[in-house]
Design a protein around this ligand. Structure first.
Ligand code: SAH
Ligand code: SF4
Ligand code: F3S
Length: 436
Protein backbone atom coordinates (compact mmCIF):
# COMPACT_ATOMS: atom_id res chain seq x y z
CA UNK A 1 0.00 0.00 0.00
CA UNK A 2 1.31 3.48 -0.78
CA UNK A 3 2.97 5.42 1.92
CA UNK A 4 2.18 9.13 2.39
CA UNK A 5 4.31 11.98 3.73
CA UNK A 6 2.21 15.01 4.72
CA UNK A 7 3.52 18.29 6.07
CA UNK A 8 1.35 21.24 7.04
CA UNK A 9 2.11 24.97 7.08
CA UNK A 10 -0.22 27.78 8.08
CA UNK A 11 -3.22 28.16 10.33
CA UNK A 12 -5.42 25.68 12.16
CA UNK A 13 -7.75 25.66 9.18
CA UNK A 14 -4.95 24.01 7.22
CA UNK A 15 -4.31 21.57 10.05
CA UNK A 16 -8.00 20.62 10.02
CA UNK A 17 -7.87 20.18 6.22
CA UNK A 18 -4.73 18.04 6.55
CA UNK A 19 -6.51 15.83 9.06
CA UNK A 20 -9.39 15.37 6.63
CA UNK A 21 -7.05 14.59 3.69
CA UNK A 22 -5.05 12.19 5.85
CA UNK A 23 -8.24 10.45 6.89
CA UNK A 24 -9.26 9.98 3.26
CA UNK A 25 -5.87 8.58 2.31
CA UNK A 26 -5.93 6.26 5.35
CA UNK A 27 -9.40 4.98 4.53
CA UNK A 28 -8.08 3.96 1.10
CA UNK A 29 -5.40 1.93 2.84
CA UNK A 30 -2.46 4.37 2.72
CA UNK A 31 0.07 4.41 5.56
CA UNK A 32 2.05 7.43 6.77
CA UNK A 33 5.73 8.16 7.11
CA UNK A 34 7.68 11.00 8.70
CA UNK A 35 10.49 10.60 6.18
CA UNK A 36 9.92 12.09 2.71
CA UNK A 37 12.50 9.64 1.29
CA UNK A 38 10.25 6.69 2.11
CA UNK A 39 7.05 8.14 0.68
CA UNK A 40 5.25 7.22 -2.53
CA UNK A 41 3.08 10.31 -2.23
CA UNK A 42 4.32 13.57 -0.72
CA UNK A 43 1.81 16.26 0.25
CA UNK A 44 2.73 19.79 1.27
CA UNK A 45 -0.25 21.74 2.65
CA UNK A 46 0.73 25.37 2.23
CA UNK A 47 0.06 28.93 3.43
CA UNK A 48 0.21 32.27 1.61
CA UNK A 49 -0.79 34.71 4.33
CA UNK A 50 2.52 36.63 4.34
CA UNK A 51 5.64 36.59 2.20
CA UNK A 52 7.59 34.74 4.88
CA UNK A 53 5.07 31.88 4.81
CA UNK A 54 5.52 31.56 1.04
CA UNK A 55 9.30 31.66 1.29
CA UNK A 56 9.25 28.78 3.74
CA UNK A 57 7.05 26.72 1.43
CA UNK A 58 9.28 27.30 -1.60
CA UNK A 59 12.31 26.48 0.56
CA UNK A 60 10.75 23.18 1.59
CA UNK A 61 9.72 22.42 -2.01
CA UNK A 62 13.38 22.82 -2.99
CA UNK A 63 14.39 20.29 -0.34
CA UNK A 64 11.67 17.84 -1.30
CA UNK A 65 12.85 17.94 -4.91
CA UNK A 66 16.11 16.34 -3.84
CA UNK A 67 14.63 14.10 -1.13
CA UNK A 68 11.81 12.53 -3.07
CA UNK A 69 12.41 9.14 -4.65
CA UNK A 70 12.21 8.88 -8.43
CA UNK A 71 8.68 7.76 -9.28
CA UNK A 72 7.08 9.20 -6.16
CA UNK A 73 4.55 12.02 -6.58
CA UNK A 74 4.47 15.47 -5.04
CA UNK A 75 1.14 17.17 -4.38
CA UNK A 76 0.87 20.78 -3.18
CA UNK A 77 -2.38 21.69 -1.41
CA UNK A 78 -3.57 24.71 0.58
CA UNK A 79 -3.65 28.45 0.02
CA UNK A 80 -0.39 28.79 -1.92
CA UNK A 81 -1.56 26.08 -4.33
CA UNK A 82 -4.60 28.28 -5.05
CA UNK A 83 -2.68 31.56 -5.19
CA UNK A 84 0.41 30.46 -7.17
CA UNK A 85 -1.20 27.96 -9.54
CA UNK A 86 0.68 29.38 -12.56
CA UNK A 87 3.79 30.66 -10.77
CA UNK A 88 4.48 27.29 -9.17
CA UNK A 89 4.65 25.56 -12.54
CA UNK A 90 7.63 27.83 -13.28
CA UNK A 91 9.21 28.04 -9.84
CA UNK A 92 8.77 24.39 -8.87
CA UNK A 93 8.10 22.36 -12.03
CA UNK A 94 8.82 19.13 -10.12
CA UNK A 95 5.45 19.49 -8.40
CA UNK A 96 3.11 16.87 -9.89
CA UNK A 97 -0.28 18.31 -8.90
CA UNK A 98 -1.91 21.26 -7.18
CA UNK A 99 -5.15 21.28 -5.21
CA UNK A 100 -6.39 24.52 -3.62
CA UNK A 101 -8.66 24.51 -0.56
CA UNK A 102 -11.71 24.45 -2.83
CA UNK A 103 -10.49 21.43 -4.80
CA UNK A 104 -10.31 18.79 -2.08
CA UNK A 105 -13.27 16.91 -3.50
CA UNK A 106 -10.89 15.77 -6.27
CA UNK A 107 -8.34 14.40 -3.78
CA UNK A 108 -9.65 10.86 -3.95
CA UNK A 109 -9.73 10.71 -7.73
CA UNK A 110 -6.19 12.10 -7.83
CA UNK A 111 -5.00 9.31 -5.52
CA UNK A 112 -6.79 6.79 -7.72
CA UNK A 113 -5.14 8.23 -10.82
CA UNK A 114 -1.82 7.79 -9.00
CA UNK A 115 -2.50 4.10 -8.54
CA UNK A 116 -4.05 3.94 -5.06
CA UNK A 117 -6.66 1.16 -5.28
CA UNK A 118 -10.16 2.01 -4.08
CA UNK A 119 -11.35 -1.50 -3.35
CA UNK A 120 -8.98 -2.49 -0.55
CA UNK A 121 -10.39 -3.36 2.88
CA UNK A 122 -10.21 -0.67 5.58
CA UNK A 123 -6.80 -0.62 7.29
CA UNK A 124 -6.45 -2.55 10.52
CA UNK A 125 -3.99 -0.14 12.11
CA UNK A 126 -5.59 2.95 13.66
CA UNK A 127 -4.94 6.23 11.91
CA UNK A 128 -1.98 8.15 13.25
CA UNK A 129 -2.12 11.86 12.47
CA UNK A 130 0.89 13.06 10.55
CA UNK A 131 2.98 15.77 12.17
CA UNK A 132 2.19 19.38 11.37
CA UNK A 133 4.94 21.95 11.19
CA UNK A 134 2.94 24.78 12.75
CA UNK A 135 0.24 22.87 14.60
CA UNK A 136 -0.32 23.52 18.29
CA UNK A 137 0.41 19.90 19.15
CA UNK A 138 3.02 19.38 16.46
CA UNK A 139 5.04 16.72 18.25
CA UNK A 140 2.65 15.76 21.01
CA UNK A 141 2.96 12.04 21.82
CA UNK A 142 0.09 9.95 20.47
CA UNK A 143 -1.61 9.61 23.88
CA UNK A 144 -2.00 13.41 24.13
CA UNK A 145 -2.26 14.51 20.49
CA UNK A 146 -5.90 13.48 20.13
CA UNK A 147 -7.13 15.39 23.22
CA UNK A 148 -7.62 18.62 21.27
CA UNK A 149 -9.70 18.50 18.11
CA UNK A 150 -10.34 21.09 15.40
CA UNK A 151 -13.80 21.22 13.86
CA UNK A 152 -14.58 23.54 10.93
CA UNK A 153 -17.97 25.26 11.05
CA UNK A 154 -17.52 27.53 8.04
CA UNK A 155 -15.39 27.53 4.90
CA UNK A 156 -14.07 30.53 3.02
CA UNK A 157 -14.41 34.24 3.74
CA UNK A 158 -15.98 37.11 1.86
CA UNK A 159 -14.93 40.01 4.04
CA UNK A 160 -12.15 41.04 1.63
CA UNK A 161 -10.08 43.01 4.12
CA UNK A 162 -7.82 44.90 1.72
CA UNK A 163 -4.57 43.25 2.88
CA UNK A 164 -5.80 39.67 2.95
CA UNK A 165 -5.31 36.83 0.46
CA UNK A 166 -7.70 34.38 2.16
CA UNK A 167 -10.93 35.27 0.28
CA UNK A 168 -9.04 34.63 -2.97
CA UNK A 169 -7.56 31.30 -1.88
CA UNK A 170 -10.48 29.87 0.09
CA UNK A 171 -13.42 31.34 -1.80
CA UNK A 172 -16.83 32.50 -0.61
CA UNK A 173 -18.33 31.85 2.80
CA UNK A 174 -20.13 28.58 3.35
CA UNK A 175 -21.67 27.44 6.66
CA UNK A 176 -21.73 23.72 7.44
CA UNK A 177 -24.98 22.10 8.58
CA UNK A 178 -25.23 21.90 12.39
CA UNK A 179 -25.94 18.16 12.21
CA UNK A 180 -22.64 17.60 10.37
CA UNK A 181 -20.76 19.71 12.94
CA UNK A 182 -22.39 17.85 15.84
CA UNK A 183 -21.63 14.48 14.31
CA UNK A 184 -17.97 15.41 13.92
CA UNK A 185 -17.71 16.65 17.50
CA UNK A 186 -19.30 13.41 18.76
CA UNK A 187 -16.83 11.40 16.68
CA UNK A 188 -13.88 13.37 18.06
CA UNK A 189 -15.15 12.90 21.63
CA UNK A 190 -15.49 9.15 21.01
CA UNK A 191 -11.86 9.14 19.85
CA UNK A 192 -10.81 10.83 23.11
CA UNK A 193 -11.02 14.60 22.48
CA UNK A 194 -11.85 16.76 25.51
CA UNK A 195 -11.21 20.17 23.91
CA UNK A 196 -13.00 21.23 20.74
CA UNK A 197 -11.97 24.29 18.75
CA UNK A 198 -14.61 25.49 16.29
CA UNK A 199 -12.92 26.91 13.23
CA UNK A 200 -13.79 29.54 10.65
CA UNK A 201 -12.12 32.68 9.25
CA UNK A 202 -14.98 34.51 10.93
CA UNK A 203 -17.09 32.16 13.02
CA UNK A 204 -19.51 35.01 13.75
CA UNK A 205 -20.70 35.03 10.15
CA UNK A 206 -21.99 31.47 10.62
CA UNK A 207 -25.56 31.19 9.35
CA UNK A 208 -27.33 27.98 8.46
CA UNK A 209 -31.02 28.37 7.65
CA UNK A 210 -31.30 31.17 10.19
CA UNK A 211 -29.23 29.43 12.91
CA UNK A 212 -26.55 31.99 13.82
CA UNK A 213 -23.30 31.52 15.72
CA UNK A 214 -24.90 32.27 19.09
CA UNK A 215 -27.57 29.64 18.38
CA UNK A 216 -24.98 27.13 17.19
CA UNK A 217 -22.90 27.67 20.35
CA UNK A 218 -25.91 26.99 22.56
CA UNK A 219 -26.63 23.80 20.64
CA UNK A 220 -23.02 22.56 20.72
CA UNK A 221 -22.59 23.55 24.38
CA UNK A 222 -24.89 20.66 25.31
CA UNK A 223 -22.80 17.90 23.74
CA UNK A 224 -21.65 15.50 26.39
CA UNK A 225 -17.95 14.84 26.83
CA UNK A 226 -16.76 18.23 25.56
CA UNK A 227 -14.93 19.68 28.53
CA UNK A 228 -13.48 22.73 26.82
CA UNK A 229 -15.17 24.48 23.93
CA UNK A 230 -13.46 27.33 22.11
CA UNK A 231 -13.48 28.99 18.67
CA UNK A 232 -11.36 30.90 16.15
CA UNK A 233 -11.59 33.58 14.72
CA UNK A 234 -14.07 36.39 15.39
CA UNK A 235 -14.41 39.42 13.16
CA UNK A 236 -15.30 42.38 15.44
CA UNK A 237 -17.96 43.66 13.04
CA UNK A 238 -20.03 40.49 13.45
CA UNK A 239 -19.20 39.80 17.09
CA UNK A 240 -22.47 40.74 18.79
CA UNK A 241 -23.76 40.93 22.37
CA UNK A 242 -25.88 37.89 21.45
CA UNK A 243 -22.68 35.86 21.11
CA UNK A 244 -21.39 37.18 24.45
CA UNK A 245 -24.70 36.22 26.09
CA UNK A 246 -24.50 32.72 24.64
CA UNK A 247 -20.91 32.32 25.85
CA UNK A 248 -21.97 33.38 29.35
CA UNK A 249 -24.51 30.53 29.40
CA UNK A 250 -22.19 27.69 28.41
CA UNK A 251 -20.26 26.29 31.38
CA UNK A 252 -17.71 24.40 29.29
CA UNK A 253 -16.63 27.31 27.11
CA UNK A 254 -12.95 28.21 27.67
CA UNK A 255 -12.43 31.72 29.11
CA UNK A 256 -10.68 33.19 26.11
CA UNK A 257 -11.63 35.31 23.11
CA UNK A 258 -9.55 36.07 20.05
CA UNK A 259 -10.83 39.30 18.51
CA UNK A 260 -8.38 40.75 15.98
CA UNK A 261 -8.47 44.57 16.01
CA UNK A 262 -5.65 44.99 13.42
CA UNK A 263 -5.12 48.73 14.12
CA UNK A 264 -5.86 51.42 16.70
CA UNK A 265 -6.41 54.09 14.03
CA UNK A 266 -9.79 54.64 12.39
CA UNK A 267 -8.14 55.92 9.21
CA UNK A 268 -6.15 52.70 8.88
CA UNK A 269 -9.15 50.53 9.77
CA UNK A 270 -11.03 52.25 6.99
CA UNK A 271 -8.23 51.65 4.49
CA UNK A 272 -8.23 48.00 5.60
CA UNK A 273 -12.03 47.82 5.02
CA UNK A 274 -12.50 46.36 8.49
CA UNK A 275 -16.04 47.79 8.84
CA UNK A 276 -15.69 49.04 12.45
CA UNK A 277 -14.10 51.93 14.32
CA UNK A 278 -11.84 51.65 17.37
CA UNK A 279 -14.69 53.06 19.47
CA UNK A 280 -17.10 50.38 18.24
CA UNK A 281 -14.50 47.73 18.94
CA UNK A 282 -13.97 49.01 22.47
CA UNK A 283 -17.73 49.13 23.12
CA UNK A 284 -17.95 45.46 22.24
CA UNK A 285 -14.97 44.70 24.45
CA UNK A 286 -16.60 46.62 27.33
CA UNK A 287 -19.74 44.45 27.13
CA UNK A 288 -17.58 41.33 26.88
CA UNK A 289 -15.54 42.35 29.97
CA UNK A 290 -18.71 43.07 31.92
CA UNK A 291 -20.43 39.78 31.09
CA UNK A 292 -17.34 37.57 31.08
CA UNK A 293 -14.99 38.83 33.77
CA UNK A 294 -11.68 37.01 34.07
CA UNK A 295 -11.56 36.04 30.41
CA UNK A 296 -8.40 36.56 28.35
CA UNK A 297 -8.67 38.75 25.27
CA UNK A 298 -6.17 38.19 22.48
CA UNK A 299 -5.85 40.06 19.20
CA UNK A 300 -3.99 40.37 15.90
CA UNK A 301 -2.29 43.62 14.88
CA UNK A 302 -0.76 44.70 11.59
CA UNK A 303 1.80 47.50 11.66
CA UNK A 304 3.18 49.40 8.69
CA UNK A 305 -0.04 49.10 6.68
CA UNK A 306 0.18 51.40 3.62
CA UNK A 307 -0.74 55.01 4.54
CA UNK A 308 -0.11 54.32 8.26
CA UNK A 309 1.44 57.53 9.61
CA UNK A 310 3.45 57.95 12.78
CA UNK A 311 0.25 59.32 14.35
CA UNK A 312 -1.82 56.33 13.28
CA UNK A 313 0.82 54.03 14.69
CA UNK A 314 0.88 55.94 17.99
CA UNK A 315 -2.84 55.18 18.36
CA UNK A 316 -2.22 51.45 17.95
CA UNK A 317 0.68 51.60 20.39
CA UNK A 318 -1.52 53.43 22.87
CA UNK A 319 -4.27 50.81 22.58
CA UNK A 320 -1.72 48.13 23.40
CA UNK A 321 0.08 50.11 26.11
CA UNK A 322 -3.24 50.70 27.90
CA UNK A 323 -3.43 46.96 28.49
CA UNK A 324 -6.43 46.30 26.26
CA UNK A 325 -5.23 42.78 25.44
CA UNK A 326 -3.87 39.89 27.47
CA UNK A 327 -1.93 38.78 24.40
CA UNK A 328 -1.41 39.77 20.78
CA UNK A 329 -0.02 38.40 17.53
CA UNK A 330 1.74 41.27 15.83
CA UNK A 331 2.64 41.28 12.13
CA UNK A 332 4.44 43.67 9.81
CA UNK A 333 2.29 44.33 6.74
CA UNK A 334 3.25 42.03 3.88
CA UNK A 335 1.94 43.01 0.42
CA UNK A 336 -0.01 40.17 -1.24
CA UNK A 337 -0.18 40.44 -5.04
CA UNK A 338 -3.75 40.92 -6.22
CA UNK A 339 -5.05 42.48 -2.99
CA UNK A 340 -5.92 46.21 -2.95
CA UNK A 341 -3.41 47.06 -0.20
CA UNK A 342 -0.48 45.77 -2.23
CA UNK A 343 -0.73 48.77 -4.56
CA UNK A 344 -1.90 51.44 -2.08
CA UNK A 345 0.44 54.38 -1.64
CA UNK A 346 2.49 55.29 0.22
CA UNK A 347 3.87 51.96 1.39
CA UNK A 348 5.79 52.06 4.66
CA UNK A 349 9.55 51.53 4.55
CA UNK A 350 10.51 47.98 5.67
CA UNK A 351 12.91 49.27 8.33
CA UNK A 352 10.19 51.47 9.76
CA UNK A 353 7.75 48.52 9.77
CA UNK A 354 10.26 46.54 11.79
CA UNK A 355 10.70 49.40 14.27
CA UNK A 356 6.94 49.60 14.77
CA UNK A 357 6.72 45.83 15.14
CA UNK A 358 9.36 45.82 17.87
CA UNK A 359 7.73 48.72 19.73
CA UNK A 360 4.35 46.97 19.73
CA UNK A 361 5.87 43.68 20.83
CA UNK A 362 7.67 45.36 23.73
CA UNK A 363 4.49 47.11 24.89
CA UNK A 364 2.39 43.95 24.64
CA UNK A 365 4.97 41.72 26.35
CA UNK A 366 4.75 43.90 29.42
CA UNK A 367 1.01 43.21 29.74
CA UNK A 368 1.24 39.57 28.79
CA UNK A 369 3.81 39.06 31.55
CA UNK A 370 1.66 40.91 34.07
CA UNK A 371 -1.32 38.76 33.14
CA UNK A 372 0.79 35.65 33.65
CA UNK A 373 2.02 36.97 37.00
CA UNK A 374 -1.55 37.33 38.21
CA UNK A 375 -1.67 33.51 38.41
CA UNK A 376 1.25 33.12 40.82
CA UNK A 377 0.06 31.17 43.86
CA UNK A 378 -3.13 30.04 42.10
CA UNK A 379 -4.03 26.49 41.11
CA UNK A 380 -4.76 26.22 37.42
CA UNK A 381 -6.38 23.35 35.50
CA UNK A 382 -4.11 22.26 32.67
CA UNK A 383 -4.90 20.19 29.60
CA UNK A 384 -1.79 18.04 29.27
CA UNK A 385 0.03 18.09 25.93
CA UNK A 386 2.95 15.85 26.88
CA UNK A 387 6.66 16.25 27.70
CA UNK A 388 7.94 19.78 27.00
CA UNK A 389 9.67 20.11 23.65
CA UNK A 390 12.51 22.21 25.07
CA UNK A 391 13.10 20.02 28.12
CA UNK A 392 11.56 16.53 28.00
CA UNK A 393 12.12 16.06 31.74
CA UNK A 394 9.30 18.56 32.22
CA UNK A 395 5.64 18.21 31.28
CA UNK A 396 3.67 20.90 29.44
CA UNK A 397 0.07 21.81 28.84
CA UNK A 398 -2.44 24.63 28.42
CA UNK A 399 -4.82 26.44 30.76
CA UNK A 400 -8.33 27.46 29.75
CA UNK A 401 -6.88 30.92 29.06
CA UNK A 402 -4.53 29.18 26.62
CA UNK A 403 -1.43 29.89 28.71
CA UNK A 404 1.40 27.39 28.44
CA UNK A 405 2.21 25.71 31.77
CA UNK A 406 5.33 23.68 32.47
CA UNK A 407 6.00 21.51 35.54
CA UNK A 408 8.67 18.98 36.52
CA UNK A 409 7.86 15.47 35.34
CA UNK A 410 7.43 13.47 38.55
CA UNK A 411 8.13 10.06 37.09
CA UNK A 412 4.53 9.51 36.13
CA UNK A 413 4.19 8.26 32.58
CA UNK A 414 0.52 9.02 32.18
CA UNK A 415 -1.57 11.93 33.29
CA UNK A 416 -5.29 12.35 32.98
CA UNK A 417 -6.31 14.71 30.25
CA UNK A 418 -6.29 17.42 32.94
CA UNK A 419 -3.98 18.07 35.86
CA UNK A 420 -4.09 20.80 38.53
CA UNK A 421 -0.89 22.82 38.83
CA UNK A 422 0.08 25.38 41.47
CA UNK A 423 1.75 28.30 39.70
CA UNK A 424 5.13 29.36 41.12
CA UNK A 425 6.72 31.46 38.38
CA UNK A 426 5.42 33.53 35.48
CA UNK A 427 7.04 34.68 32.23
CA UNK A 428 5.89 36.27 29.01
CA UNK A 429 5.65 32.82 27.40
CA UNK A 430 3.68 31.22 30.26
CA UNK A 431 3.75 29.66 33.72
CA UNK A 432 5.92 27.26 35.73
CA UNK A 433 4.56 25.31 38.69
CA UNK A 434 4.16 21.96 40.42
CA UNK A 435 1.36 19.42 40.45
CA UNK A 436 -1.14 20.38 43.17
N1 SAH B 1 -9.83 35.48 9.58
C1 SAH B 1 -8.98 35.97 10.56
C2 SAH B 1 -7.57 36.20 10.15
C3 SAH B 1 -6.84 35.19 9.37
S1 SAH B 1 -5.22 35.68 8.96
C4 SAH B 1 -9.53 37.32 10.98
O1 SAH B 1 -10.14 38.02 10.23
O2 SAH B 1 -9.27 37.67 12.10
C5 SAH B 1 -4.47 35.94 10.55
C6 SAH B 1 -3.89 37.28 10.72
O3 SAH B 1 -2.84 37.49 9.81
C7 SAH B 1 -4.81 38.44 10.48
O4 SAH B 1 -5.64 38.71 11.57
C8 SAH B 1 -3.86 39.57 10.22
O5 SAH B 1 -3.48 40.22 11.41
C9 SAH B 1 -2.65 38.88 9.62
N2 SAH B 1 -2.51 39.16 8.20
C10 SAH B 1 -3.34 38.79 7.20
N3 SAH B 1 -2.89 39.26 6.02
C11 SAH B 1 -1.73 39.92 6.28
C12 SAH B 1 -0.78 40.63 5.48
N4 SAH B 1 -0.95 40.78 4.17
N5 SAH B 1 0.28 41.20 6.10
C13 SAH B 1 0.46 41.07 7.44
N6 SAH B 1 -0.41 40.42 8.23
C14 SAH B 1 -1.49 39.85 7.67
FE1 SF4 C 1 -8.85 37.85 5.81
FE2 SF4 C 1 -10.48 39.68 6.70
FE3 SF4 C 1 -11.44 37.31 5.95
FE4 SF4 C 1 -9.99 37.50 8.16
S1 SF4 C 1 -11.99 38.45 7.80
S2 SF4 C 1 -9.76 35.96 6.55
S3 SF4 C 1 -8.51 39.09 7.66
S4 SF4 C 1 -10.49 38.85 4.63
FE1 F3S D 1 -2.41 30.60 5.55
FE2 F3S D 1 -4.54 29.99 4.16
FE3 F3S D 1 -4.57 29.79 6.79
S1 F3S D 1 -3.16 31.66 3.76
S2 F3S D 1 -3.18 31.39 7.41
S3 F3S D 1 -3.31 28.61 5.43
S4 F3S D 1 -6.25 30.41 5.49
Amino acid sequence: MPSVYLQTFGCQMNVADSNALAHEAWSLGCSFTDDPRDADILILNTCAIREKAETRVYGRLGQLKTLKRPGSRLLVTGCLAAKDREIMREKAPWVDALLGPRDYRSFKSLLTAWGVPTDSPPPETPMRLPSAEDAPDADAPAEYAHLRALVSITRGCEKFCTYCIVPYTRGPLESLPPAVIEAQIRREVRLGAVEITLLGQNVNSYNYDGLDFAGLLRRLGRIEGVQRLTFLTSHPHDFTPRVVDALAEIPTVAPRLHLPVQSGSNAVLKAMARLYTVEEYLDKVAYFRERLPGWALSTDLICGFPTETEEDFAKTLDLVARGTFESAFIFAFSPRAGTPAATMTPQVDPKEKLRRLQALNAAQNEHTRRFCESFIGETVRVLVSGPSKKDPSRMAGKTGHNLTVVWPGDGRTTYGPFVDVVVEQAYTWGLVGRVA
